[in-house]
Write a new protein. Structure first.
Length: 76
């Protein structure tokens, strides 16, 4: 759980900092992620102040974490 909390510190969202961590069967860390914007998205001025408007552009930490693995590489 502490790993997810540390990962959440990297989140760009000033209101909702969320992190996620994945461990293998031997409890080794195989990935960490946080909620944030899609790569290449350049937020316009005032973007972070619009709490409802920015939600459709934010990627959840769990989705970001799953995107790190190829199909069949990790079990959920």
């Amino acid at each position: 759980m502490a790993l997810a909390q540390v990962a959440s510190l990297r989140s760009e969202d000033p209101y909702r900092k969320v992190g996620a961590a994945a461990l293998d069967a031997d409890n080794r860390v195989i990935g960490t992620a946080y909620n944030g914007l899609a790569p290449g998205f350049d937020p316009p001025p005032g973007f972070w102040n619009d709490r409802d408007g920015r939600q459709k552009f934010m990627l959840h930490a769990e989705i970001n974490l799953c995107s790190l693995f190829r199909r069949g590489e990790a079990r959920i």
